[in-house]
Design a protein around this ligand. Sequence first.
Ligand SMILES: [Zn+2]
Length: 299
Amino acid sequence: MAQNNNYLIDQNCVICSYHPETIDPKDLGTARGNTKRFLSTRFRLWKCPKCHTIHSIDPVDFADIYRDYPPNRRTLDKFAKGTLRNLLRRLEDAGLKKSDTILDYGCGNGVFVSFLRACGYQNVVGFDPFFADYAQAPTTLFDCVVANDVIEHVSSPRSMVAECARRVRPGGLLYIGTADSEPVKMMNTDAYLLVLHQPFHRVIFNQDTLIKLVNETEMTLITTWRRSYMDTLSPFANYRFLDEYNKALDYNMDDAMNPSSSKILLRRPDLFFYALFGYFFPCGWDPAVLLRKPKAPAT
Ligand SMILES: [Zn+2]
């Protein structure tokens, strides 16, 4: 135990650089994983008391943890179509055009890439270092870069923001969305297993921090959201339903990704209630920002 405490004393906040002399126990917690492989493993967490950023303390081998990552088996089901339609609407409201070049940064198995193509966007590229089909790093600039539910997966969020901003052409758009650390109570992490998503979520922060990070770039912030892009009025496409469905499956994401698990709906009519009305009972947030890169000065 003493060894653990000594280790924790060396924790720096990767966002605000706060370095406590001693760790307040109320800022410490553990959470079990919510994928089959990590269901019975608990991971140590520290929530920075200054900026409320949650750090997953124990180092991981990224290539190893992503080799069987359940969201990489996602399909364009009813939930995905409804929520991604909402995400796309945010970009279209900012002027995204069908002819625009789009980079989905951290695209996983490319479910959003497929969705965009199905919607008539043909110039879409995905990048994900842990998915073989998309492992080629992009080298060009794009009209729009989307990094949705990605920044919480990396060790250095600040570097990722800078890299995404670099990939946007002058006048282009950058969208970044993430999980929200703010509601998470370190004394009761079991209620937040989706948000914490251990050990995959490395650094989880709040809306204020997301805005602070993107304001460190030369881009102009044009819109912010706190409500999840997953929250729609379409049946099944809302965050509350996602959370209740996962809870009914003991927060085992492998089961949640398996279409045959949907038979649980027959035994749990309350899930239908959330499928239809979950929008009105939100239980999680996904801060997001949309930025525009200034146009290059005329020469
Ligand atoms: Zn901090």
